[in-house]
Ligand binder design. Structure first.
Ligand code: FAD
Length: 329
C-alpha cells in the first residue's frame, strides 16, 4: 500500500508573526485567480519571477459573480450569472504546498450568508491556513449600492466578529458545544484616501476601528501614489486608537489605460508630479518605466520610514513589481 502524508501544518505562519519576527520591511504580494477556462500554470507563471525576493505571504483575491448580458440571435439580451475567477481557497492551498509560502485568501461578504462564510473558513482551516483577509466586497455591477446576502454580513466588521467567535470555538450551530477553535489571523482593508462611500475620513476611521475592535489583527491599505497620504493615515489611525500593524499596498502603473482607470476605479488621486511625468509618455513602455521609477521611490521612502511590509498588487503581471523590488529593497 502506498502511504501518503500531507502535513497541513507546513509553514502555517500568521502575517502578524511574520511581522513580529522581521528585522526589516517584509515583501508580499497579491494575485488574482486565473480566469475560468485557463490553467493554474498561468498563475504560477506570474508568481515565479517574484520568488527570488522571498515573499512572506501571498494574497489571493476573491471575485464574486457578475451579471453579463449576452445578445441572443433574436436580438434580445439574456442576463447571465457568471463567476469568472473562481478557486480562491484551492489556489491558496496549491500555492502554499507548491512553494511552502503562507497564503492569505480573501473572503468577502457579498454573495455569502453567514453559513457560507463559516463553511469557507472551515475549508481554510482544514487546509492549514491561518490567515484570512476579511472584506465586504463591492456592489454587483449594475447595482447602485452594496446589497448584503439574506443572512449575510452588511459590513466587514461583523464578518471579523464571526471569525473571532470561531477562534473561540463558537460555531453558528449552537448544538456544537465544544467546537475546535480555529486560529485565524485576520486582516482588513484600510483606505488612506478614505473609502469612496464614507462621508469623511473620520467616519471611515470610526468603522475601521470597529473592525479592529471586532478582532482584526492588521490592516492592508488600498493602493496610493502619494506617501504623504499614507503617513497621514497612519497618524490618524494611531490618534483614533487603532494600534495594529498597517501594511501599505502599492500598485505599479504599467499602461496608458491605468492613468485614468486606477483613479476612477479605486477612488485615489494621482499626484501632480506623477501625472506630469505620465503625460510626457508616448506608449506603454514609457508609462511602465515611469511607473517603476515612481514605485521604487515610494517603496524606498516607506522602507526608510520602517513600515512592517510592503504589499504589491500584481494584477497578474509580475515584471513591474519585480523591477521595483529589485530597485528598492
Ligand atoms: P467595510 O469595512 O465594510 O466598509 C465599507 C463602507 O461602509 C465604508 O465606507 C465604511 O466606512 C462603511 N461602514 C463600515 N461599517 C459601517 C457601519 N457599521 N455603518 C455604516 N457604515 C459603515 N474586493 C473584492 O471583491 N475581492 C477582493 O479580493 C478584494 N480585495 C481587496 C483587498 C484590499 C487590500 C482592499 C483595500 C480592497 C479589496 N477589495 C476586494 C475591495 C473591497 O471589497 C471594497 O473596497 C469594498 O467596497 C469595501 O470593503 P471593506 O472590507 O473595506 O468594507
Amino acid at each position: 500500500m502506498i502511504s501518503c502524508t500531507f502535513d497541513t501544518q507546513i509553514l502555517a505562519v500568521k502575517v502578524t508573526e511574520h511581522i513580529e519576527k522581521a528585522t526589516g520591511t517584509l515583501f508580499s504580494f497579491e494575485v488574482l485567480p486565473s480566469l475560468k477556462g485557463r490553467d493554474i500554470q498561468d498563475l504560477y507563471n506570474g508568481i515565479e519571477p517574484l520568488m527570488e525576493f522571498n515573499p512572506s505571504f501571498i494574497n489571493v483575491t476573491y471575485h464574486r459573480e457578475e451579471f453579463i448580458y449576452k445578445k441572443l440571435t433574436n436580438g434580445l439580451h439574456e442576463k447571465i450569472h457568471a463567476r469568472k475567477r473562481p478557486g480562491t481557497v484551492s489556489i491558496c492551498a496549491a500555492i502554499k504546498y507548491k512553494y511552502g509560502i503562507d497564503t492569505v485568501p480573501h473572503l468577502i461578504c457579498g454573495g455569502f450568508t453567514r453559513d457560507d462564510t463559516e463553511l469557507a473558513l472551515i475549508d481554510m482551516h482544514y487546509l492549514g491556513m491561518d490567515n484570512v483577509l476579511a472584506l465586504r466586497g463591492d456592489s454587483v455591477k449594475g447595482d447602485s449600492q452594496f446589497i448584503p446576502e439574506k443572512g449575510g454580513h452588511a459590513y466587514a466588521s461583523t464578518m471579523v466578529r464571526q471569525i473571532a467567535e470561531m477562534n473561540k470555538g463558537h460555531y453558528l450551530d449552537d448544538e456544537i458545544v465544544e467546537g475546535i477553535p480555529t486560529d485565524f489571523c485576520v486582516g482588513v482593508a484600510g483606505y488612506p484616501e478614505k473609502h469612496f462611500e464614507a462621508q469623511n475620513l473620520k467616519t471611515d476611521l470610526k468603522y475601521l476601528k470597529e473592525k479592529v475592535d471586532a478582532g482584526a489583527d492588521y490592516i492592508v491599505t488600498q493602493m496610493f501614489f502619494d506617501n504623504r497620504k499614507f503617513f497621514a493615515f497612519v497618524d490618524a489611525c494611531r490618534k483614533a486608537g487603532i494600534n495594529v500593524p498597517i501594511i501599505p499596498g502599492l500598485k505599479p502603473i504599467t499602461t496608458t489605460k491605468h492613468i485614468s482607470f486606477l483613479p476612477k476605479t479605486f477612488h485615489i488621486d494621482m499626484p501632480e508630479a506623477l501625472a506630469d511625468e505620465l503625460e510626457k509618455c508616448k506608449n506603454n513602455e514609457q508609462v511602465m518605466q515611469v511607473g517603476i521609477e515612481w514605485g521604487i521611490q515610494q517603496s524606498k521612502e516607506l522602507i526608510a520610514a520602517g513600515v512592517p511590509c510592503i504589499h504589491y498588487y500584481t494584477m497578474g503581471k509580475s515584471e513591474a513589481v519585480k523591477r521595483i523590488v529589485q530597485g528598492a529593497y
